[in-house]
Structures are given as C-alpha cells and as structure tokens.
Write a protein that binds this ligand. Structure first.
Ligand SMILES: Nc1ncnc2c1ncn2[C@@H]1O[C@H](COP(=O)(O)OP(=O)(O)OP(=O)(O)O)[C@@H](O)[C@H]1O
Length: 372
C-alpha cells in the first residue's frame, strides 16, 4: 500500500515490552511504510533496534515488523493485546513487542502492537490469480486451508473466537505457502451460554446465526468464515455478497436453500426479519453445490457441505475439518508445492503438531496422525 500522506518516522521509546523475554527495553523504531488501514488502526512496516542508556543503538536495526497502532485504553483493544500475548502458534501472527506512545499529531496515547510481518494476505493472493484468470494453485489452497483450520483448532481449544475471519485478516507468505491469522481486534474468549454482541464479523463472512441476531453463539461462527474463505479461493470472489445484512441471508439461501424454522428458533426466537422461506432452486443442496463449484473436486465440495451448515450444532468443528480426506495428500511424505515464480519444489510438513494441539484434537488425534 502506498499512501502519499504517510510520513516515515524514527523515534526512541523507553518502555518497549519484549514478549519473548518478558522484559522492557529501550528501543529505536524506524517506520518506513504504511501497509494497512482498518476501522480501528493503522499498520506500518518498521525496523527496530535495542538502544543503550546513552541513546546509542546496541545493534543494527532488524525486522521487518508490522506495527498496529490503535487508540490505547479501550477495553476492546486491551483484549487484542491479551489474546495475542496468550496465543503462540505457527499459524497465528506472533506479537514480538508492544508499547504505548503519544501521537505528535493529536496528542493521544496509542498502543503499538509490534508483530512479525508477512508480505501479503489471502485477499491480495486471490485477487492476483483472479487478475490472470486463474485460481490459487490447488495444492496451495489445500496447504492454506489446513493451516487456517489448524490455527482455528488451537484458538477454539482455548474457547477463543476470532470473530472476524476474512481473507484480508489472513496473512500469507506466497514464497513459502505459509499462512498466519492476524487482527485479533474482535477476538473474544467465549464462555458457555454467556451473551456476546452479534454485530461482529464482516458482512460477507458472517455466520447465519449472527445475521439473525444470535447472542449466545459459539466458536462455530469462525468455521462459517472458514467455509466462506475456502469457497472464495475456489471461486475467485466472495461466495455470499449480500447488499445488506438481511440480504446476506438471502444470498446464503441461494446455495443452502431456505433456513429451517428450527434455525431461527434456536438462534434468536425474537427474530422478526425476512426468513427467506421460498426455495430459490429446484435441485438438491448437493447438486446446487456441484453446480456452483463446477470446476472443483468432489472432496472439497464434501468439505464445504460439512462447513457451510445453517445450524452451528451440526457445522463441522476445526478438529473434524483437519481430518477430512481433502487433506490426505498433505500427509504424504513427499508432499511439496511450487511457490509462485519458483521451479524448485518446496517440501512442506504441516503435521508438526504440539502436545497442546494434540490434546485439543481429543478423539480425532489418532485419525489426524494416521498416514494413508
Ligand atoms: N503482521 C502483519 N504483517 C503484514 N500485514 C499486516 C499485519 N497485520 C496487519 N496487516 C495488514 O494490515 C491490515 C489491517 O490490519 P488489521 O486487520 O489488524 O487492522 P484493523 O484496523 O482491525 O482492520 P479491519 O478494520 O480491516 O479489520 C490487514 O488486513 C493486513 O493486510
């Protein structure tokens, strides 16, 4: 992103908290490029270096890092920091430092979350291939989907729901086919049967229960987002593009058929909006999926049929997604991909699960680790 209004800046901060050693340091920061702008914050690319008592740099600046700057001291944003400090996973962006700093422009205090920086995101990647009338190569889609589901399985193991799954919040490094989830600004640790706001998540990726105003939802709202992201990789564009929140439900019904009455009752008995109860196609739902994903293999259609389900109770879990046959190819010892622009095969082992993750898999652990 090039922003003509962006001013590169260099500064020294006294109290930069280093999450690796749980210690504060004095650091030099050099911000040189804006890489993102969202509803809540600005993200810039920067290099950092440790500074001694005399203000001298102890080392050469290193990075790049992505610094997300948000107004400090709102409860909402403290949650982002808290969650980022808790989660350490290969498919979740790693928080390296954080510090507060007063803005020279408006005099307000901003929280600066300094994270590892990835060169792109899935939205750009989908756009790139769409521009040349292709889709992301099939083995890459598999590897990306697996990594996304793996990050979700870990988060959901802690009952953390990301609550804003969408391609622009999924960082990728196309040269390594690596994926990491970012933007925990909406994330929340959900408690069973405790209400949370339903007006979260970007419209195209909102689970149907959120659309109808459900407040006691579960981490399955992220699984819906996962389904939308997989579908988008295959189609090259968002699968459900509703013009309004209510019309979003109509778009969904064009693929899944009308939502069952039990769905409204379970999600929000007070819902008074349009129920889109007329079936808009004559074939079966399976046939409808085959028609929409006409160039996609049967195994991904089967996966989508398990993920894009109205009732969150019957929607797949992240753990069950990970053991779906769609990913069997990834288990082969010589699984490899050809990163964009490279003729060298890159071998990938995506099964380096930690003990914590294997515990979260529960009964599906053996199935996950069994080789075909
Ligand atoms: N660690 C990172 N490395 C590279 N790019 C990043 C990183 N973190 C964020 N970005 C980029 O900056 C954009 C905005 O970041 P983020 O989503 O965290 O901010 P936000 O204010 O919550 O945005 P939004 O309102 O769009 O959700 C992301 O879409 C991503 O492209």
């Amino acid at each position: 992103m090039t922003d003509p209004g962006f001013q590169p800046q260099e500064y020294v901060v006294n109290d930069v908290f280093d999450t690796r050693v749980s210690k504060s340091r004095r650091m030099y920061v050099k911000e040189y490029k804006k890489i993102g702008e969202g509803a809540f914050g600005t993200v810039v690319e920067a290099m950092v270096a440790e500074v001694d008592e005399n203000g001298q740099q102890k080392e050469n600046p290193f990075g790049p890092f992505a610094i997300k700057r948000v107004l400090a001291q709102t409860e909402y944003k403290c949650r982002e920091l808290e969650i980022l400090r808790l989660v350490i996973h290969p498919n979740i962006v790693r928080l390296r430092y954080f510090f507060d700093r007063k803005s020279r422009t408006d005099g307000k205090i901003y929280q600066n979350l300094t994270m590892e920086c990835l060169p792109s995101n899935l939205q750009n990647e989908i756009k790139y291939y769409r521009g040349s009338r292709y889709t992301i190569p099939y083995p890459h889609m598999k590897a990306y989907t697996f990594q996304l589901a793996r990050a979700m399985m870990y988060l959901h193991g802690f009952s953390i729901s990301h609550r804003d799954i969408k391609p622009s919040n999924i960082l990728v490094d196309p040269s390594k086919v690596k994926l990491k989830i970012c933007d925990f600004g909406s994330a929340k640790q959900l408690e069973p049967n405790a209400p949370s706001v339903s007006y979260i998540c970007s419209r195209y990726y909102r689970a149907p229960e959120l659309i109808v105003g459900c407040t006691v939802y579960t981490t399955k709202i992220d699984i819906w987002g996962l389904g939308c992201v997989i579908a988008e990789m295959f189609l090259g564009k968002p699968i459900f593009q509703g013009l309004t929140s209510e019309l979003q439900l109509k778009e969904i019904s064009k693929l899944l058929g009308p939502p069952p009455n039990t769905f409204f009752f379970k999600s929000n008995p007070q819902y008074h909006g349009n129920m889109f109860s007329t079936k808009l196609f004559t074939c079966s739902v399976q046939e409808r999926f085959k028609l929409i994903f006409c160039n996609s293999p049967d195994d991904v259609i089967d996966l989508l049929l398990k993920v894009l389900v109205y009732d969150p109770e019957f929607r797949a879990t992240a753990a069950s997604v990970l053991v779906h046959p769609f990913f069997d190819e990834l288990k082969e010892s010589n699984f490899h991909v050809y990163p964009r622009g490279s003729s060298e095969p890159l071998r990938m082992d995506l099964y380096d699960f930690s003990e914590v993750e294997l515990n979260f898999m529960g009964d599906l652990k053996q199935k996950l680790l069994s080789r075909p």
